[in-house]
Design a protein around this ligand. Structure first.
Ligand SMILES: [Zn+2]
Length: 201
Protein backbone atom coordinates (compact mmCIF):
# COMPACT_ATOMS: atom_id res chain seq x y z
CA UNK A 1 0.00 0.00 0.00
CA UNK A 2 1.18 3.57 -0.51
CA UNK A 3 2.65 5.41 2.44
CA UNK A 4 -0.29 7.79 2.51
CA UNK A 5 -3.33 8.29 0.40
CA UNK A 6 -6.44 10.31 0.76
CA UNK A 7 -9.55 11.11 -1.16
CA UNK A 8 -9.89 14.65 -2.41
CA UNK A 9 -10.97 15.39 -5.91
CA UNK A 10 -8.39 12.81 -6.92
CA UNK A 11 -6.83 9.75 -5.42
CA UNK A 12 -3.27 10.48 -4.52
CA UNK A 13 -0.43 8.12 -3.78
CA UNK A 14 2.69 9.43 -2.13
CA UNK A 15 5.64 7.20 -1.55
CA UNK A 16 9.27 7.71 -0.71
CA UNK A 17 10.12 4.06 -1.32
CA UNK A 18 11.87 2.82 -4.40
CA UNK A 19 9.15 2.40 -6.98
CA UNK A 20 8.87 -0.39 -9.47
CA UNK A 21 6.51 -0.10 -12.37
CA UNK A 22 5.69 -3.06 -14.55
CA UNK A 23 5.37 -2.11 -18.17
CA UNK A 24 5.64 -4.39 -21.21
CA UNK A 25 7.58 -6.92 -19.15
CA UNK A 26 10.17 -4.43 -17.90
CA UNK A 27 10.81 -3.48 -14.31
CA UNK A 28 11.74 0.16 -14.10
CA UNK A 29 13.36 1.02 -10.78
CA UNK A 30 13.32 4.64 -9.71
CA UNK A 31 16.23 6.11 -7.77
CA UNK A 32 15.96 5.34 -4.02
CA UNK A 33 14.61 8.06 -1.72
CA UNK A 34 13.30 10.05 -4.65
CA UNK A 35 9.76 11.07 -3.64
CA UNK A 36 7.31 9.82 -6.19
CA UNK A 37 3.81 11.15 -6.69
CA UNK A 38 1.24 9.59 -8.93
CA UNK A 39 -2.30 10.77 -9.42
CA UNK A 40 -5.24 8.73 -10.63
CA UNK A 41 -8.19 10.87 -11.67
CA UNK A 42 -11.67 10.16 -10.32
CA UNK A 43 -13.78 8.82 -13.14
CA UNK A 44 -17.06 7.49 -11.81
CA UNK A 45 -17.83 9.79 -8.83
CA UNK A 46 -18.69 6.62 -6.90
CA UNK A 47 -16.23 5.42 -4.31
CA UNK A 48 -16.27 1.78 -5.45
CA UNK A 49 -15.60 2.62 -9.10
CA UNK A 50 -12.87 5.09 -8.26
CA UNK A 51 -11.18 2.74 -5.78
CA UNK A 52 -11.23 0.00 -8.38
CA UNK A 53 -9.74 2.29 -11.01
CA UNK A 54 -7.06 3.38 -8.54
CA UNK A 55 -6.11 -0.24 -7.70
CA UNK A 56 -6.00 -1.23 -11.35
CA UNK A 57 -4.15 1.83 -12.66
CA UNK A 58 -1.82 2.74 -9.79
CA UNK A 59 -1.29 -0.61 -8.03
CA UNK A 60 -1.75 -2.52 -11.29
CA UNK A 61 -3.71 -5.32 -9.62
CA UNK A 62 -6.90 -6.58 -11.30
CA UNK A 63 -9.56 -5.78 -8.69
CA UNK A 64 -13.26 -5.95 -8.07
CA UNK A 65 -14.66 -3.51 -5.52
CA UNK A 66 -18.25 -3.44 -4.33
CA UNK A 67 -19.34 -1.17 -1.49
CA UNK A 68 -22.92 -1.10 -0.29
CA UNK A 69 -25.04 0.34 2.50
CA UNK A 70 -28.73 0.06 3.24
CA UNK A 71 -30.15 3.32 4.52
CA UNK A 72 -33.61 3.96 6.02
CA UNK A 73 -35.75 6.94 4.92
CA UNK A 74 -34.56 8.82 8.00
CA UNK A 75 -30.94 8.33 6.90
CA UNK A 76 -30.04 5.61 9.43
CA UNK A 77 -27.57 3.02 8.10
CA UNK A 78 -28.92 -0.44 8.91
CA UNK A 79 -26.20 -2.46 7.25
CA UNK A 80 -23.02 -1.72 5.35
CA UNK A 81 -20.41 -3.90 3.75
CA UNK A 82 -18.04 -4.32 0.90
CA UNK A 83 -16.14 -6.74 -1.25
CA UNK A 84 -12.57 -6.37 -2.38
CA UNK A 85 -11.51 -9.20 -4.66
CA UNK A 86 -8.03 -9.10 -6.20
CA UNK A 87 -6.08 -11.58 -8.25
CA UNK A 88 -2.37 -12.20 -8.25
CA UNK A 89 -1.85 -14.18 -11.40
CA UNK A 90 -2.77 -12.57 -14.75
CA UNK A 91 -4.98 -15.58 -15.55
CA UNK A 92 -7.02 -14.65 -12.45
CA UNK A 93 -8.62 -11.87 -14.47
CA UNK A 94 -10.92 -14.50 -16.01
CA UNK A 95 -12.18 -15.57 -12.58
CA UNK A 96 -12.64 -11.90 -11.71
CA UNK A 97 -14.75 -11.43 -14.83
CA UNK A 98 -16.84 -14.48 -13.86
CA UNK A 99 -17.44 -12.99 -10.42
CA UNK A 100 -18.32 -9.62 -11.94
CA UNK A 101 -20.93 -11.26 -14.16
CA UNK A 102 -22.25 -13.33 -11.25
CA UNK A 103 -22.69 -10.20 -9.14
CA UNK A 104 -24.80 -8.64 -11.89
CA UNK A 105 -27.15 -11.65 -11.79
CA UNK A 106 -27.59 -11.44 -8.03
CA UNK A 107 -29.58 -8.88 -6.01
CA UNK A 108 -27.48 -5.83 -5.05
CA UNK A 109 -25.03 -6.35 -2.18
CA UNK A 110 -27.02 -4.15 0.22
CA UNK A 111 -30.07 -6.36 -0.39
CA UNK A 112 -28.00 -9.52 0.21
CA UNK A 113 -26.57 -8.06 3.43
CA UNK A 114 -30.05 -7.00 4.58
CA UNK A 115 -31.55 -10.41 3.80
CA UNK A 116 -30.26 -11.92 7.04
CA UNK A 117 -27.99 -14.41 5.28
CA UNK A 118 -24.63 -15.02 6.87
CA UNK A 119 -21.42 -13.88 5.18
CA UNK A 120 -20.38 -17.47 4.25
CA UNK A 121 -23.82 -17.96 2.65
CA UNK A 122 -23.42 -14.73 0.66
CA UNK A 123 -19.91 -15.77 -0.42
CA UNK A 124 -21.28 -19.13 -1.59
CA UNK A 125 -23.84 -17.27 -3.68
CA UNK A 126 -21.26 -14.95 -5.22
CA UNK A 127 -18.56 -17.53 -5.86
CA UNK A 128 -21.12 -20.12 -7.04
CA UNK A 129 -19.01 -22.05 -9.58
CA UNK A 130 -15.64 -20.52 -8.64
CA UNK A 131 -13.86 -22.69 -6.05
CA UNK A 132 -12.63 -20.76 -3.03
CA UNK A 133 -11.19 -21.36 0.41
CA UNK A 134 -11.59 -19.28 3.56
CA UNK A 135 -8.08 -18.52 4.76
CA UNK A 136 -8.95 -16.49 7.85
CA UNK A 137 -11.77 -14.65 9.52
CA UNK A 138 -11.38 -11.52 11.54
CA UNK A 139 -14.04 -9.78 13.62
CA UNK A 140 -14.77 -6.26 12.54
CA UNK A 141 -13.78 -3.55 14.96
CA UNK A 142 -13.65 0.20 15.00
CA UNK A 143 -10.09 1.16 15.73
CA UNK A 144 -7.96 4.27 15.52
CA UNK A 145 -4.30 4.41 16.39
CA UNK A 146 -4.52 7.91 17.84
CA UNK A 147 -3.85 8.37 21.56
CA UNK A 148 -3.23 11.07 24.09
CA UNK A 149 0.44 10.15 24.03
CA UNK A 150 0.67 10.56 20.25
CA UNK A 151 -1.15 13.90 20.46
CA UNK A 152 1.30 15.02 23.11
CA UNK A 153 4.16 14.02 20.85
CA UNK A 154 2.59 16.07 18.04
CA UNK A 155 2.67 19.09 20.35
CA UNK A 156 6.33 18.42 21.18
CA UNK A 157 7.22 18.34 17.51
CA UNK A 158 5.71 21.83 17.12
CA UNK A 159 8.53 23.16 19.28
CA UNK A 160 8.53 25.46 22.31
CA UNK A 161 7.84 28.66 20.37
CA UNK A 162 4.55 27.42 18.92
CA UNK A 163 3.48 25.72 22.15
CA UNK A 164 4.14 28.98 24.01
CA UNK A 165 2.07 30.85 21.45
CA UNK A 166 -0.85 28.41 21.87
CA UNK A 167 -0.55 28.79 25.64
CA UNK A 168 -0.58 32.61 25.39
CA UNK A 169 -3.40 32.89 22.88
CA UNK A 170 -5.65 29.93 23.74
CA UNK A 171 -4.66 28.87 27.23
CA UNK A 172 -5.04 25.25 26.13
CA UNK A 173 -4.33 23.04 23.15
CA UNK A 174 -7.15 21.11 21.49
CA UNK A 175 -6.21 18.29 19.13
CA UNK A 176 -8.95 16.65 17.10
CA UNK A 177 -8.35 13.33 15.40
CA UNK A 178 -9.79 13.62 11.90
CA UNK A 179 -10.19 9.85 11.60
CA UNK A 180 -12.21 8.92 14.70
CA UNK A 181 -13.16 12.42 15.96
CA UNK A 182 -11.57 11.84 19.36
CA UNK A 183 -10.60 15.11 21.02
CA UNK A 184 -7.54 15.56 23.21
CA UNK A 185 -7.31 18.69 25.36
CA UNK A 186 -4.10 19.80 27.04
CA UNK A 187 -4.73 22.41 29.73
CA UNK A 188 -2.49 25.27 30.83
CA UNK A 189 -0.63 23.17 33.46
CA UNK A 190 0.04 20.37 30.98
CA UNK A 191 1.32 22.83 28.37
CA UNK A 192 3.59 24.46 30.94
CA UNK A 193 4.92 21.03 31.92
CA UNK A 194 5.51 20.27 28.24
CA UNK A 195 7.35 23.57 27.81
CA UNK A 196 9.66 22.83 30.70
CA UNK A 197 10.35 19.40 29.19
CA UNK A 198 11.22 21.09 25.89
CA UNK A 199 13.48 23.58 27.72
CA UNK A 200 15.28 20.68 29.46
CA UNK A 201 15.39 18.74 26.30
ZN1 LIG B 1 -8.40 8.76 16.23
Amino acid sequence: MPATWHLGNRLRCLSSRPHRRRSHGWNIKRAPREPLKSIVPLTTSEIQGDLQAYLEQSEQIPSLVVIAAAVTESGFVTVAGGLLIQTKAPQGSKALEQLRERLQELPPLDALLSSGQTLPEILDLIFATVPYETMAEQPLQFYCSCSRERSRFALITLGSEDVQEILNSEGEAVIDCHFCHERYIFNREELQELLSELADG
